[in-house]
Design a protein around this ligand. Structure first.
Ligand SMILES: [Mg+2]
Ligand SMILES: [Zn+2]
Length: 195
């Protein structure tokens, strides 16, 4: 006898994600930024995220925001900054599809603060992501370490002014990213084999 009634819900096909760090990667790191009006994107970020979207990537930002637990700003401030970030991306027909942030201070030893991988795993489950075909662009050792633990391709951006810092961090830890680039645009271009 044939089954009747509701069809089985379609299982969504897992999608590739372009995970991105926020501060120092998409925007200059203003250290505990609270005021969304001060947010600026690095040059080329809008074009790169537009390309990623055209390429079928889901853009997922994963960011450590310990300023929340430290009382320097609130979750509302962080969410306002994320809305502003997408407003700035609008003219490029680009957007960050989802933001995940850790609100904890490092002393708490939570598993969501990078290089912990909990936020990425939450994103994978909620957004049906295929990690082996995904990648992560960041500007610090914790980003590369998180990406390594997850098994995604890792790219590090040598943010102008921070090159020496990131080079030293990676060298001291004996950790290498799959690729190193001098701008976010170049990192995305090479990860996604774009010009
Ligand atoms: Mg960063
Ligand atoms: Zn956390």
């Amino acid at each position: 006898m044939e089954a009747t009634g509701a069809r089985r819900a379609p299982v969504p096909r897992p999608r590739r994600a372009l995970f991105v760090d926020r501060d120092g990667t998409l925007n200059p790191d203003l250290h505990y930024l609270r005021d969304a009006e001060r947010l600026e994107l690095f040059r080329g970020v809008g074009e790169a995220l537009h390309f990623a979207r055209e390429h079928g990537e889901l853009v997922v930002c994963v960011t450590n925001q310990s300023g929340i637990e430290r009382g320097l700003y609130t979750t509302d401030d962080v969410e306002r900054i994320h809305r502003r970030l997408n407003e700035l991306l609008g003219p490029f027909d680009a957007r960050v599809d989802a933001f995940y942030y850790c609100p904890h201070a490092p002393e708490r030893g939570c598993r969501c603060r990078k290089p912990g991988t909990e936020l990425f795993e939450r994103a994978r489950d909620e957004l049906h992501l295929d990690l082996p075909s995904s990648s992560f662009v960041g500007d610090r050792l914790v980003d590369v370490e998180a990406g390594r633990r997850l098994g995604v391709a890792t790219a590090v951006v040598r943010t102008p002014g921070h090159e020496a810092l990131v080079d030293r961090e990676l060298a001291d830890a004996g950790v290498r990213a799959d690729l190193t680039a001098d701008s976010f645009r170049a990192a995305v271009g090479r990860l996604l084999a774009w010009g």
